[in-house]
Design a protein around this ligand. Structure first.
Ligand SMILES: NC(=O)c1ccc[n+]([C@@H]2O[C@H](COP(=O)([O-])OP(=O)(O)OC[C@H]3O[C@@H](n4cnc5c(N)ncnc54)[C@H](O)[C@@H]3O)[C@@H](O)[C@H]2O)c1
Length: 322
């Protein structure tokens, strides 16, 4: 099977590329390296099963000469706190249209990277795939990311109705691990690890009582792999995350990371009020219900937060700080 991965030099894309190549798939990986890093795919250089293309998915011609059975569309702009709302809306939309058009013309199946952020402020956790998607006010720019993903989900389903393309929508919950971007772009783990390694205070946004469930990247990739290889994933939406029992507050995550690096020491934390990001809203609890992917695709996350963090810390010690 031939697979195109957009965003292949990024965090999830590079881990997925390694997994697919190891399983004998032919992989074409595309990335413009805005957030990804070539070191993430260095080990695949020269492998005849992997072809890296440096290019921008907003360019409608970039994929013309490449063909695949499946396109895993991971390339994305994220929450505008770290970028720009217009860029998030524009680029995500342009990329979406180019990838959908390609899937229609080549009859490729489209796997789309959506996000847990689409559940927004819905207070009823855990979220299953039928849960309501609850956004905040339009003037709060952070919602631009979730909206770009909700728009994409509806657009893809519309293209299934009109053109019959096959799709799978994957809503990832807090993936972390090796090859993660070392800034806030990549989430809290790498930033907290970086600070703890330097014995500097870890920045907590808000009061730190907001909760998340985190998924080690091998488990995320296992979920994607099952979506690629399993026919019962066709035209379905899946949460890809970990068990609801793994819910942890951001303050507790920071303390856990500090203590894995400096056992029995009081963690150094500094609290940054949300107001310093302009008008902002956080999601206070983000917890998935993963029964659907477990029962339909036999998925089961296996890496505990402790073990995943230990692996990530060891990896990060080898990486030059950004
Ligand atoms: N990491 C998570 O926990 C998480 C959670 C929810 C959803 N997601 C979604 O999963 C996908 C992958 O996330 P990630 O954490 O690996 O992000 P990432 O930023 O590490 O990887 C995305 C890659 O896409 C590339 N890219 C961005 N715009 C591009 C463009 N116009 N043309 C070509 N390449 C481009 C970047 O350079 C980067 O390498 C994204 O769609 C993201 O929204 C991730």
């Amino acid at each position: 099977m031939k697979v195109i991965i957009t965003g292949a030099a990024g965090f999830i894309g590079s881990n997925l590329a390694s997994r697919l190549v190891a399983s004998n798939f032919d992989v074409i990986g595309i990335d413009n390296l805005t957030y990804g890093n070539l070191r993430n795919i260095d080990h695949l250089k020269g492998n005849p099963k992997f072809n890296f293309v440096f290019g921008d998915i907003t360019n409608p011609f970039i994929l013309n000469t490449y063909h695949a059975d499946v396109i895993v569309h991971l390339a994305s702009q994220k929450i505008p706190r770290y970028s720009n709302a217009l860029r998030t809306l524009d680029e995500n939309n342009l990329m979406l249209r180019n990838i959908v058009r390609k899937c229609v013309s080549d009859q490729s199946r489209m796997l789309f990277a959506s996000t847990s952020d689409v559940y927004g402020k819905n207070p009823n956790v855990p979220f299953n795939e039928e849960s309501d998607l609850v956004m905040g006010p339009t003037k709060i720019k952070r919602w631009a990311y979730a909206l770009s993903k909700i728009f994409a989900e509806q657009y893809i389903i519309g293209c299934n109705d009109e053109y019959g393309i096959n799709y799978t929508i994957m809503r990832f919950f807090g993936s972390y691990g090796i090859n993660q971007n070392l800034t806030w772009w990549g989430g809290p783990q790498s930033v907290f690890i970086g600070k703890a390694l330097k014995r500097e205070p870890m920045e907590i946004h808000g009061d730190g009582q907001q909760t998340r469930t985190f998924t080690y990247v091998d488990d995320t990739v296992e979920g994607i792999f099952r979506c690629i290889t399993n026919e019962s994933a066709i035209n379905e939406i899946f949460n890809i995350g970990t068990e609801a029992s793994a819910e942890i507050s951001i303050s507790d995550l920071a303390a856990l990371i500090w203590n894995l690096i400096h056992p029995d020491e009081e963690p150094m934390l500094t609290f940054i009020p949300y107001e310093s990001f302009g008008r902002y809203e956080d999601v206070m609890r983000r917890v998935p219900d993963i029964e659907k992917i477990k029962s339909k695709l036999g998925y089961q996350p296996v890496v505990s937060l402790n073990n995943g963090l230990k692996r990530t810390i060891e990896w990060q010690k080898q990486i030059p700080a950004e």
